[in-house]
Write a protein that binds this ligand. Structure first.
Ligand code: ZN
Length: 581
């Protein structure tokens, strides 16, 4: 499948990169560029820069760089073609594909989608057939109806050790099946490619009720499996697919594909812990629900949620683990600039058992009585009797202040301060003093964090003076920003064999070949050729780092001469070193 270059250019020029990225992370105008918090790594202070005119982005924290296509590829875990398709739709541009049916190099990502999709159908067929009778009965006992079982694509994995593997091995290679996480090789610690030949291959999920995990657009990307038989005691009650090229736990929210429209309609989202909780609420007409799948809530989850709503209602299990998980989730949600309230369930209940006992009306009346963070945390202190003593009261106030310090909205923080002061008869001034202290500590902690991240490994490599790689980076800059005379000088005088770093060699080689062909090149297009890896980072740092960007179309002959000189010196040192050792 090929898309003509002129179509790709047309799409790129009719799309505003700031528009696209803003849907994932808020951007603010800063000088010539836009800045925001990086959607690819967790950070508290913006280091993600987007250039609207150039159509590119660069993160000074983690080093990710690219154009609007690589952005969609990365953030949605899709192929280049899918990214082009998505953006073409947005730009209202029709594209015709040139199909290449004998494409030997079937795209790995497409393949993983295919394997997961096929497995989902297979598990579902099992559940509906004779072998799945027991699991089906279990679902009926738990009150699930046929239509909901179908909607969520529930399934059953057979108990034999390798029934899926045997069936799928006709269509897919063992390596690809291992890469999908559906089968694994045991009795060996070798990497996947090697172990495919070595250890015994068996299915990851056996004798389990299967919950397919969908991505935002409804494609199966992973599975959760609940144990159905007790004799396999060494295995956990719930297991999940491992992370793969298409499944990233920290950015997958179970149920989001079904819930997203309802979330927008109702203006809030309900956050639960388990697959069954979600399905059970859904069956009872509560459809604006998501669950973090196979992990506790992460910042990336919060970022995804905030694209749909800023109001989160947490309803976790009433046990201690659930309470602790709630506390962590509250903090994260606040840190990400959203509002949070909590539905406390009666002791011993989870959302599934509660709605079964009390029905939709019962759940909705609980929902209407949801607690603010102050009520919720205050309640937990009160039930322990901790609010009676001055020490307990202080501890409680400190905890709330810790949360207020994380709020990005000062007005909201202020409202909370007044509220605690009034309700717990504490002077506002005392609370404010405490908040100031916390904020000071926090800002000190934060500065340290940014410094560490800013000097990420790639940046260190690139910025250390005199390092051969630094010379190569400068060369890339001259080659890109220099005028024709400069470019010609480099093309005629540089021997690419004298360079060291394989990644920069690739880039320089590509630039020289493109310029020799008299072709024009822009940064955004360069990222299509180097969408990932160290090459991508080097291009980002060399051409987008504002502190060192060069003027375009200038004569840099003198700089180039001195660069080539240094490269020659390094070369002779190297020879000397090799001879003497
Ligand atoms: Zn980043």
């Amino acid at each position: 499948m090929k898309i003509p270059q002129n179509k790709i250019d047309e799409i790129a020029s009719s799309i505003d990169i700031v528009d696209i990225i803003s849907a994932y992370t808020p951007l603010r105008k800063a000088g010539r560029n836009f800045m925001g918090r990086c959607p690819f790594h967790e950070e508290k202070t913006p280091s993600f820069s987007v250039s609207q005119e150039k159509g590119v982005y660069h993160c000074f924290g983690c080093g990710k760089s690219g154009n609007v296509f690589t952005f969609i590829m990365d953030i949605d875990s899709v192929t280049f073609y899918e990214a082009v398709k998505t953006l073409a739709d947005k730009a209202n541009i029709k594209i015709e594909y040139e199909y290449e049916p004998n494409d030997a190099d079937r795209n790995k990502i497409e393949l993983l989608y295919e394997i997961n999709n096929k497995a989902g159908r297979d598990f579902h067929e099992n559940l509906m057939g004779r072998n799945g009778a027991y699991a089906k009965e279990y679902l009926h006992e738990r009150g699930l109806k046929e239509d909901i079982i179908k909607k969520f694509g529930l399934g059953y994995s057979l108990r034999e050790k390798d029934s899926l593997y045997k069936k799928f091995n006709n269509d897919f290679s063992t390596e690809d099946l291992i890469a999908s996480g559906l089968v694994l090789s045991i009795g060996t610690n070798l990497p996947a490619e090697a172990s495919a030949q070595a250890g015994e291959i068996r299915d990851r999920f056996r004798g389990r009720l299967m919950f397919p995990v969908f991505n935002e657009s409804g494609k199966v990307i992973a599975f959760g499996g609940r144990r159905m038989f007790d004799e396999v005691t060494d295995e956990a009650k719930y297991i999940n697919s491992p992370e793969t090229k298409i499944y990233n736990k920290s950015k997958t929210l179970y149920g989001l594909n079904f819930a997203k429209n309802k979330i927008k309609d109702t203006g809030y989202v309900i956050l639960v812990e388990g697959y069954m909780d979600l399905i059970s609420l859904f069956q009872n007409g509560i459809e604006n629900v998501v669950a973090s799948s196979g992990t506790s809530l992460t910042t990336l989850h919060c970022k995804i949620i905030s694209r749909y709503t800023k109001e989160v209602v947490i309803v976790y299990d009433s046990d201690l683990a659930g309470q602790n998980a709630s506390r962590r989730a509250i903090e994260l949600i606040i840190e990400n600039g959203m509002n949070v309230s909590i539905i406390p369930l009666p002791r011993g209940d989870d959302p599934d058992t509660y709605i079964k006992k009390h029905g939709t009306d019962g759940f909705i009346s609980l929902l209407n009585k949801r607690q603010s963070i102050i009520d919720y945390i205050g309640e937990s202190y009160r039930t322990r009797g901790a609010l009676e003593s001055p020490e307990g009261k202080t501890e409680f106030v400190r905890e709330i202040i810790g949360l207020i310090a994380k709020m990005r909205d000062e007005i909201k923080g202020d409202f909370y301060i007044k509220d605690i002061a009034e309700r717990f008869s504490i002077y506002e001034s005392i609370i404010r003093k405490e908040l100031d202290k916390t904020l000071k500590l926090k800002s000190r902690g934060l500065t340290r964090e940014i410094d560490d991240k800013l000097i990420s490994k790639a940046e260190k490599d690139i910025s250390s003076k005199g390092h051969p790689q630094t010379l190569e980076i400068s060369l890339i800059k001259m080659l890109f920003y220099g005028d024709d005379v400069t470019k010609d000088y480099i093309i005629n005088n540089l021997d690419i064999k004298d360079l060291n770093n394989p990644a920069s060699i690739k880039i320089i080689d590509y630039l020289i070949r493109t310029f020799s062909d008299n072709k024009k090149i822009n940064i955004a297009n360069l990222f299509n050729t180097f969408p990932e890896g160290l090459e991508n980072k080097i291009i980002g740092s060399a051409l987008l780092d504002e502190s060192s960007v060069l003027e375009e179309n200038r004569n840099y002959i003198n700089d180039v001469k001195s660069l080539l000189n240094q490269i020659n010196i390094t070369k002779s040192y190297k020879k000397l070193y090799i001879r003497n050792n």
